[in-house]
Ligand binder design. Structure first.
Ligand code: HEC
Length: 210
């Protein structure tokens, strides 16, 4: 073996480690320069950052507010009957289900399930306003929990509630009423109609006198 082979081998081995050392260092240090980017397309260009100012507009804002009257895609909710349970002028609650919704056993079954999830904890499985949350609240008050107040969930078989149009029940679920919170954000619109249908069925089931 010629005498230069050994030093050459050592040198090559040493040089071969340099790229790894450079990579290892690059991974733990920060650099203000963009990465090496051979095909740049339009990746780096001048733009206004969110919340920054832009003198081009009279109000000086770079972020432009939506044009008045803009309707978010898929969120028109223009149908008052379907989304608010009222007539178009908002004057009265509708007493019919929205177009395209068939009231059948499947809808009632869906409504029963959703009712038991979202309403029965307060209003009770049979709708008399005696659900487990109500009992828990009364128990807490009896234990002398200071400052606690509780409004009894309305019985869905109360005289006036029995007379509610289905649109009004839908409206209560969607927007809440007095001390009851709204459920429009948690329960999709068709499920709210299903619950309203089920509440009507529940009321009829407890009404034997006529
Ligand atoms: C966290 C407890 C709670 C839940 C859950 C709840 N409610 Fe209520 N609900 C109440 C209370 C309390 C009232 C009475 C509010 C008042 O009079 O201030 C009420 C009132 C009502 C009324 C009478 C409204 C009126 O105008 O008098 C209806 C109808 C009703 N709820 C239906 C429902 C339906 C349907 C659901 C399920 C989507 C539901 N509630 C879920 C607590 C609840």
């Amino acid at each position: 073996m010629p005498p230069w082979v050994k030093p050459l081998g050592v040198t090559v081995a040493f040089l071969a480690m340099i790229p790894f050392a450079v990579i290892a260092r690059a991974r733990v240090t920060a650099s203000p320069d963009p990465r090496i980017h051979i095909i740049r397309d339009m990746d780096n260009q001048a733009y206004f950052k969110a919340q920054s100012s832009n003198p081009l507009f009279a109000d000086g804002r770079a972020m432009r507010p939506p044009v008045p009257g803009t309707v978010a895609r898929g969120e028109d909710e223009l149908d008052d009957h379907r989304y608010r349970g009222t007539t178009p002028d908002g004057a009265t609650y509708v007493d019919a289900f929205p177009e395209g919704l068939t009231v059948d056993a499947a809808l009632l079954e869906r409504g029963r399930g959703r009712y038991q999830v979202f309403c029965a904890p307060c209003h009770g499985v049979a709708g008399y306003g005696d659900g487990p949350v109500h009992h828990q609240a009364l128990a807490a008050i009896n234990r002398g929990r200071p400052g606690m107040e509780w409004v009894t969930p309305t019985s869905l078989h109360a005289e006036n509630v029995r007379g509610f149009q289905v649109g009004r029940i839908f409206h209560v679920i969607t927007n809440g009423v007095r001390n009851m919170a709204p459920y429009g954000a948690q329960v999709p619109v068709d499920d709210r109609w299903a619950i309203a249908a089920y509440v009507k069925a529940l009321q009829a089931s407890q009404r034997t006198e006529d």
